[in-house]
Design a protein around this ligand. Sequence first.
Ligand code: ADP
Ligand code: MG
Length: 265
Amino acid sequence: MDAFCAETSSPLVQLGLRHLGQALPTLLDEARQQQVSYETFLYRALAVEAQARRQRVLLHRSQAAHLPARKTLEAFDFSFQPSLSERQVRELAGLSFVQTATSIVLLGPPGVGKTHLAASFAWLALEAGYSTFFTSLTALVEDLDAAGRKDTLRRRLRFYARPQVLVMDEIGYTRLNPKQGQLIFELVNARYAGAGSLILTSNKSFAEWGLLLGDEVLASALLDRLLHRAEVLTINGPSYRMKEHVPLLQPPHPLTPKEVMPHQA
Ligand code: ADP
Ligand code: MG
């Protein structure tokens, strides 16, 4: 059996069926115990190889897309954020927003799950076969700044304009200089013209984007393009990161002097 799975002369090795080679002893044991038909056995054996290959391709694509660790809607506690419409989120997870090149804007203070939701949508899009790329705004402008020559910069802009889904996370942590603001406007414009979806997250309201981009007129032109086809999800709730600390932040009774100054007798 070992020779069948590992030796170079083995047909499994020659056909590059590495995963099947590893799984074969177990598959054969199961087949003997369950007395499955030849057809079922062959189907199961090939399915093991196909599944492992799909996983490998997905891993490579997720790395190329710079996706953060897998986040899912199943792991998202909607009861913790009543201001967020679960129905709207689940509908977006159906991914029709990609086909209609509709953008998603997630607004809210830190820790409310904006990046979690953006990453969940991006993972779903990637798994569905859509080209996807994930970046923070800071990393994006750093990358564009680093492109010294004009043709390199054009190439980088085309790179970000291309994917069917582009996530631009954390708008609001960096103020842009006029050149950076102009480049981000060009990118949003190019994606609008090329009909690609943007997923943006920001801890700043739209009214504050003028300050972020360093130019009110530019910000209003950008918002005009963006909001023409966009779904805006505003999350007005507590930070999930503070969840464990909520009892400390909101004591169930007024603090006693000992609780306020525990080290003083
Ligand atoms: P934001 O981007 O809004 O600052 P994150 O999405 O980074 O917040 O969320 C902070 C952490 O809390 C992450 O680990 C995220 O997975 C988790 N989280 C946030 N909201 C929820 C939620 N409603 N249910 C489950 N986990 C959540
Ligand atoms: Mg975030």
